[in-house]
Ligand binder design. Structure first.
Ligand SMILES: [Zn+2]
Length: 306
């Protein structure tokens, strides 16, 4: 039985109808879903014709087994790799991609504050923000990844199974970030609701997810990189993401799309799809047209909100 979005009273979720009915209805707006894709004869994607939300079915019973261990990645922090990464960053800079990668992730505040990065991965974002004088904290759901993030960033990183659940008192953070995390969470509404509580008045919630309404998703079809079954449980359009944020109580939300080069370069099997110049051009055009491969949301809590 689905328990996601559990605070919604959508028919088929709170109503206790059969699992098939639950699957076929959109967890956000309760509209009957349409079957979109089947992957590997096992994972299905359903689409809501009303709000555009897509969801994976069935859910993996053992999600952790589908995530890589951090061992391979830890090796990437050798000095040689550091030089290679620097070189890459400089090359990206000449194509403007560094702007897309970094600037959207700087919070729109002038003074460093206390920042919570949810699903901090290898800890590189924490490290960058800490170097700029921010007081940063990370959470991960896997001990090994949390250890790596701590080692990379030098910041406290906690392991939590349910995001946002009772970890910190209300109003603890000036900024909360989720970079490509929301689509992995079994209960995104509960997580956002809790995280919004932990945000201080005047604070910012910043997040990025793949954009299911993007040109790259449309062009790639079943091969789109960001379907990523069974790790991605949700696929958001701007409309669906806005709806979810509003249901979680988030206010003053601004959404826009970004280029996302990888989604044009690789398919979901990791095979090369388009060559760099064409991929870069399409990424830029799509972002300019508001149909970029990722969705970025900035929400601001009112200064009078508790
Ligand atoms: Zn819907």
């Amino acid at each position: 039985m689905l328990t996601v979005f559990h605070s919604l009273d959508a028919p088929g979720i709170a109503g206790g109808t059969s699992p098939i009915d639950v699957v076929s209805r959109c967890p956000l707006c309760a509209t009957i879903g349409k079957h979109d894709f089947a992957f590997d004869g096992r994972w299905q994607i359903y689409r809501c014709p009303r709000c555009g939300l897509r969801w994976l079915w069935p859910r993996p019973a053992d999600p952790a087994s589908f995530y890589p261990a951090p061992d391979k990645l830890a090796a990437d922090f050798s000095p040689v790799s550091a030089w290679r990464r620097l070189l890459k960053a400089l090359l990206w800079n000449t194509t403007g991609d560094v702007g897309r990668r970094l600037w959207p992730r700087w919070p729109p505040v002038t003074d460093p504050q206390r920042l919570l990065d949810v699903g901090c991965g290898d800890g590189r974002y924490l490290r960058a923000m800490r170097a700029l004088g921010w007081d940063v904290v990370g959470v991960e759901w896997d001990q090994a990844w949390a250890d790596l993030a701590r080692q990379v960033s030098g910041a406290p990183v906690y392991v939590t199974e349910r995001v946002g659940e009772g970890d910190w008192p209300a109003g603890s953070f000036g900024v909360v970030t989720l970079w490509h995390v929301l689509e992995h969470l079994p209960e995104p509404l509960a997580a956002l609701t809790a995280l919004w509580q932990q945000l201080a008045p005047g604070g910012y919630l910043l997040l990025e997810v793949p954009n299911a309404n993007s040109w790259q998703a449309e062009c790639a079809g079943e091969r789109w990189l960001h379907w990523d079954p069974p790790r991605h449980l949700w696929h958001f359009t701007p409309h669906a993401l806005r709806r979810l944020l509003e249901q979680a109580g988030c206010s003053d939300c601004r959404l826009r799309t970004g280029g996302n080069l990888p989604g044009w370069q690789l398919d979901r099997h990791g095979r090369k799809w388009l060559r760099a110049p064409m991929a870069w051009l399409l990424a830029r055009l799509a972002a300019a047209a508001g149909r970029g491969g990722v969705l970025l949301a900035h929400c601001r809590k009112g200064t009078d909100d508790a």
